[in-house]
Design a protein around this ligand. Structure first.
Ligand SMILES: [Zn+2]
Length: 93
């Protein structure tokens, strides 16, 4: 067995470092635009903390991290996606 060290990423909201697999990933894909949990390109991560999802500045923080401006409907989709992601088993945190 090869011991793999976890890939650590920082939550854009609380600035805490977590193992990447426990974070929700938002990617600005080169071709497809904003994607959740997939895509290739500049990415930002957010942890599962309710406080971070409901951060009033999260949209601004994400836009800055991804160097983009979101469509008006982005936030509705984002909230739905991150809520469904929350149903995943919360291992390790
Ligand atoms: Zn966070």
């Amino acid at each position: 067995m090869i011991k793999q060290s976890p890939v650590m990423r920082i939550c854009v909201s609380c600035r805490q470092t977590y193992d990447r697999k426990y974070l929700f990933k938002i990617t600005k894909d080169h071709k497809k635009g904003i994607m959740f949990q997939k895509g290739m390109g500049r990415s930002a991560y957010i942890c599962k903390s309710e406080k971070c999802h409901s951060d009033s500045k999260i949209k601004k923080k994400l836009q800055k991290a991804l160097k983009t401006v979101f469509e008006p409907e982005f936030f509705d989709i984002f909230k739905k996606e991150i809520r469904s992601y929350d149903d995943y088993p919360n291992k390790g945190i």
